[in-house]
Write a protein that binds this ligand. Structure first.
Ligand SMILES: NC(=O)c1ccc[n+]([C@@H]2O[C@H](COP(=O)([O-])OP(=O)(O)OC[C@H]3O[C@@H](n4cnc5c(N)ncnc54)[C@H](OP(=O)(O)O)[C@@H]3O)[C@@H](O)[C@H]2O)c1
Length: 343
């Protein structure tokens, strides 16, 4: 099967500036944490990448550890890229990250200069690329000075191995400190990648205002709470879903009667808006102008199409927003945020 990208791919996608920077990202981006490792056929992965690109999704998010096994998502994406999108490299924003465990010994995880720069070299080999567009510190390392971790990101950009630097899951306070270091080095942080959804609203406390003040973009991950913000779990756990797949970060403990009642109510609001719950969840994340792009995952081309169609109705009434606010899961946030961290 040969692939020719749709000539209409830029007709309907919306592109937003990343914070106060020049780079624009599509309102919906695709992450390859799940369903792009060696347990999913390459044909199925190709179909999802083709569908996304044909709909104007120009941003694909990876990390060193995505698989399974770790590293295989980068290898598979590299294969697809070279086979189908080689002549479109300049139309793509490809990101990778380092922070979680990748190899044995003291240099295989966290935030040292040694780990970050070695990991980036490994990622580039797997992706068969000279550079990634964005390279992230995947998590804060409390035992490494920020100057060292940020210095490694700056070096990656100066070496031409990354065009921009990002951070993921850093608190508001640590983001201010990291931003100051990066500004002093002359490589301001482009973007922050935190978890965020209608159920998990920790970034509203202070991180979003910090990002605005620093001119940093925001790319929320798990905007569908790993699929919980869809109608798929309302009648039980379907086979093949993430919750039914052993070894994923989706714990079935999240599907309590109380949480399912929240999802049922949200589903009713979505139906009244003429959207699916997944579409409303994405439109809701994008309602805030500080959000650059919603970073989704998908297990089929149909999900990608449905999710991009969320852009057909992005406005909310005050009344709808109030009704949605009731469903923020204060008690569940920590559990939820921790469970999705290794992504
Ligand atoms: N920086 C970090 O620490 C971190 C952590 C986690 C994730 N991420 C990034 O964020 C990306 C997205 O995370 P995520 O996969 O958790 O995002 P998500 O969009 O909240 O969840 C994606 C899952 O929801 C289900 N889904 C998607 N669209 C659907 C629809 N229209 N209807 C019903 N179900 C639907 C699918 O699950 P099924 O398989 O059940 O169909 C899909 O795999 C990752 O790929 C990764 O790039 C980063």
């Amino acid at each position: 099967m040969n692939y020719t990208p749709s000539t209409q791919r830029y007709d309907s996608m919306k592109y937003n500036h990343t914070g106060s920077r020049g780079l624009k990202l599509p309102a919906i981006s695709l992450g390859l944490w799940h369903n792009f490792g060696n347990t999913t056929s390459l044909d199925s992965q190709r179909e999802m990448i083709h569908t996304a690109f044909d709909l104007g999704i120009t941003h694909f998010d990876l990390a060193n550890n995505y698989g399974p096994p770790p590293g295989s998502a980068e290898e598979n994406f590299g294969t697809i890229l070279h086979r189908d999108l080689r002549t479109h490299r300049d139309e793509l924003i490809i990101s990778s990250k380092a922070g979680y465990h990748m190899w044995p010994g003291p240099y295989g995880e966290w935030g040292s200069r040694k780990y970050l720069l070695s990991s980036l070299d490994q990622s580039l080999k797997r992706l068969k690329l000279d550079y990634v567009d964005i390279f992230y510190s995947h998590r804060l390392d409390p035992n490494t000075p920020l100057e060292e971790t940020m210095g490694a990101l700056d070096t990656a950009v100066r070496q031409g191995k990354a065009l921009y630097a990002g951070i993921s899951s850093y608190s508001g306070k640590k983001t201010i400190e990291a931003s100051a270091v990066m500004k002093s080095l002359g490589t301001p942080i482009l973007i922050h990648q935190p978890s965020y959804s209608m159920l998990n609203r920790w970034i509203e406390k202070d991180l979003l205002s910090v990002l605005e003040q620093e001119g940093i973009g925001c790319i929320p991950f798990s905007p569908l709470a790993q699929g919980m913000l869809s109608d798929k779990y309302l009648q039980g756990v379907p086979s093949g879903s993430r919750a039914a797949t052993p070894g994923t970060a989706f714990k079935q403990d999240f599907l309590t009667p109380e949480n399912l009642a929240h999802i049922q109510d949200l589903n009713t609001i979505a139906q009244e808006r003429g959207q699916s719950l997944a579409q409303m969840a994405l439109a809701w994340v994008l309602r805030d102008p500080r959000i650059t792009t919603a970073l989704i995952g998908a297990s089929s081309p149909a999900q990608i199409k449905e999710n991009v169609a969320a852009l057909n109705n992005l406005s909310f009434t005050k009344e709808e927003l109030k009704r949605i606010d009731v469903h923020a899961l204060d008690a569940g946030i920590n559990l939820w945020a921790q469970s999705s961290q290794a992504g």
